[in-house]
Design a binder for this molecule. Structure first.
Ligand code: NAP
Length: 273
C-alpha cells in the first residue's frame, strides 16, 4: 500500500511540494502518494484530530504553521522557533517538527559555510528568519545582527527566541547602510527580490561588499538581485533552492526513518533547473 502523505494549507495552487516529493519517491523507490489538502480555518481541527490518522505524515504551510502546534507533541527546535511544518503520525500520536531548520542547516554545511564563532547578519524577522536565528544560536556564532524595517515589532515578535541573549542586536536597514558593519554571512529572509519583483534587493551593491557569503532563502528566481550583487562583488552566493529541497528531504527522513544522501538532493535540484 502507498504511504499517504500531503501538504495542508489554505490555498495551494502553486505549490512545488508534490513535484518535490514525487522526485524523492522516484529516487529512493518509496511507494508514496503526496496530495495537496486545502483546508479552511474551521476545517483544521477536524483534520488534525481525525482525518490525519489515515496519513503517515503531512507538511504544513501558511497559515497553519503555528495553530497546528496545539494538536501535536512539538520537537525542541520547533518549540523555540515557534512553528512546525511537518507532522509525523506514529503509534496513534502526532509529532511536530520544523524542517526549515534542518534544510537551512544542511544547505550551509553541504556548501562549506560554517558559521561557528562568526559575525552573522539576518534580513527580516518572520518565519524563515526564526529558523535561521535558531540555527545560528545552536552553532554558537559570535554575533547575530537582525535587520528589519520596524525594530519594535521585531523585538516583540522575536522575544521568546532571543531574550537573555547578549550577542543579538536588532537594527534597521538605514543603520546597516550607514553604520560600519561587516560579517561572514548575510541571509535574506525577506521576500524582497522574489518573482515578480525581481529588480528589488533588500540591500545595495555597496552594502553587499561587506559580507563574505550572501545566502537568499528565495528560490524564484534562482539568482536574485541580492545574489547578483554578491557575485559582482566577487563574494560567495547561495540561493534558497537547496534549502527548499533539503527541508522536503528532511520531512521524508522523518516520515520514513531514513537518511537521504547529498547525491540524491543534488539529483533532485537538477530536476528543478
Ligand atoms: P514572513 O514570515 O512573512 O516574513 C517576512 C519578513 O520579511 C518579515 O520580517 C517582514 O517584515 C520582512 N519584509 C517583508 N517585506 C519587506 C520589505 N519590503 N523590506 C524589508 N523587509 C520586508 O515570510 P517567510 O516565511 O519568513 O519567508 C520569507 C522569504 O523566505 C520568502 O521569499 C519565502 O519564500 C522564503 N523562504 C524560503 C524557504 C526555502 O525553503 N528556501 C523557506 C522559508 C522561507 P515586516 O514584519 O515588517 O513585514
Amino acid at each position: 500500500m502507498k504511504k499517504k502523505l500531503g501538504l495542508i494549507g489554505e490555498k495551494l495552487p502553486h505549490s512545488l511540494s508534490p513535484k518535490l516529493h514525487k522526485e524523492i519517491f522516484k529516487n529512493l523507490d518509496i511507494q508514496g502518494d503526496y496530495s495537496l489538502i486545502e483546508l479552511k480555518e474551521n476545517q483544521l481541527e477536524k483534520f488534525l484530530t481525525k482525518d490525519i490518522y489515515s496519513y503517515l505524515g503531512v507538511n504544513i504551510t501558511i497559515p497553519y504553521k503555528i495553530k497546528s502546534m496545539d494538536f501535536v507533541e512539538v520537537s525542541k527546535e520547533a518549540q523555540e522557533i515557534g512553528a512546525i511544518n511537518t507532522i509525523l503520525v506514529k503509534d496513534g500520536k502526532l509529532f511536530g517538527y520544523n524542517t526549515d531548520y534542518f534544510g537551512f542547516k544542511r544547505m550551509l554545511e553541504e556548501n562549506n559555510i560554517f558559521v561557528d564563532g562568526k559575525d552573522t547578519f539576518i534580513l527580516g524577522a518572520g518565519g524563515g528568519a526564526r529558523a535561521v536565528i535558531k540555527y545560528f544560536l545552536d552553532r554558537d556564532v559570535k554575533s547575530i545582527t537582525i535587520v528589519v524595517r520596524n525594530i519594535q515589532k521585531a523585538k516583540i515578535q522575536l522575544d521568546s527566541l532571543i531574550k537573555n541573549k547578549e550577542n543579538i542586536e536588532i537594527i534597521d536597514f538605514k543603520t546597516l547602510e550607514y553604520g560600519n558593519y561587516n560579517g561572514y554571512i548575510v541571509v535574506n529572509c525577506t521576500p524582497v527580490g522574489m518573482y515578480p519583483n525581481v529588480e528589488n534587493s533588500p540591500i545595495t551593491k555597496e552594502v553587499s561588499k561587506n559580507f563574505e557569503n550572501s545566502v537568499d532563502l528565495i528560490y524564484n528566481p534562482l539568482e536574485t538581485k541580492f545574489l547578483k550583487f554578491a557575485r559582482e562583488n566577487n563574494k560567495n552566493s547561495l540561493n534558497g533552492m537547496y534549502m527548499l529541497i533539503a527541508q522536503g528531504v528532511a520531512s521524508e527522513e522523518i516520515w520514513n526513518n531514513i537518511n537521504i544522501s547529498k547525491e540524491v538532493i543534488e539529483k533532485i535540484i537538477k530536476s528543478f533547473e
